[in-house]
Design a protein around this ligand. Sequence first.
Ligand SMILES: [Zn+2]
Length: 439
Amino acid sequence: MLYRWLTPLFRAGLISTLCGSLVVLPTAYAEQSAGSDKQEVLMAELVGDENVEDVAQSEPLQLLKPQEPSAPVKEPSFPLKEPSASIKEPSASVEKPPAEVQEPSVGATVPSEQPAPREEASSLTLLGSEVPPGTATRLSWSPAIQGAGLSQPTPVLVVNGARPGPTLCLTGAVHGDELNGIEIIRRTIYDLEPAKLSGRVIGVPIVNLPGFQQGSRYLPDRRDLNRHFPGSPDGNLADRIAHSLFENVIRHCDMLVDIHTGSLKRTNLPQLRADMNNPDVAELTRGFDRMAVVHSTGSKGMLRFAAIDAGICAVTMEAGESLRIQEHQIKAGVNSLTSLMDKEGMISRMFVWGDPEPVYYDSEWVRAEHGGILFSETRLGDKVDKGEILGYVSDPITNAQHRIRASSNGRVIGMAVDQVVMAGFAAYHVGTEAEVPAE
Ligand SMILES: [Zn+2]
């Protein structure tokens, strides 16, 4: 437990010596350090590692639970939104030339209208701008947390198709050091032809722009943005940024793919994190080609979790490791999103990979029991048997070698790169194939 406290602090450079006290914690955290409840909050903030915690906290699949007779399985646990009910306007302006770059605007809200049966595509009003059907544009989102004139608006790429259809949102770099998603979104969106698209695609490639510029996972106040959704307008910095993004962009989506990478020098096989207990989410995952799906209910504060709460069908995509641009992972992400848009009737892609079927996994982390230097003998994607040696931790002083063995039969879907570790470090993420609850 102490370790979980310490690692993020080391990374943050907040502790000067091993024995030192936490005197240099930022004020925001120091304020929270009194009282055990507040300590829990602080720890949750500091742990901030969805790759480990998200999966560790997941509930088992429904299939494994006794069913309550009064709770029919087929009932979706949330109503999917009517397509973009709050952002429609009559499509009088199909012939409008595409807007180039729109003025940034903040806090745009449009009164709801009753959804009408849609035969023609309509304009999209987003962030105070109108995007006519059949056009693509670049908008700006600013959470208005800085002094006037200092704010750095975050680019939002929008393609409004010439034909009606669902709205797909793509978010990247919620953690500012996770780069693969930025490129996945760029390629996906710039490959789209507005005239051939049914529906809308909204991409926010770099949600955490300050973190991105600093090469940091966190916000300027050291908070993890992905623990603060849907946010609040009068909370802390992270709450406000989360609230602004959620209200101004995310609420316009019917589907959301939030793209991440491994953290803390861990790498992930391209995979979805999805709550397979939710029938609509389970159905959504079938659109992603061969991408592995790891069952994970997520936890409060995560963008995916908040989106589902708001009736938006959401998954997290994990691809590769942080601070790197990895071509193989990026291609897998782009292919999967292309497949999803094809499956949702938004595009017709040129080719398909036969009948790709996703593989569903339950999973667990295998932890290092000793501190030292981790050397792996397995590779990402390898199939492993229970008891098989995955790697070992070598003590550089005593020369002791501690083997780490697989705790179950499965596949290595995430793993740490070779590095110095402490006891308890989550080193290998082993997925075991699971059945999805029957429809
Ligand atoms: Zn992340």
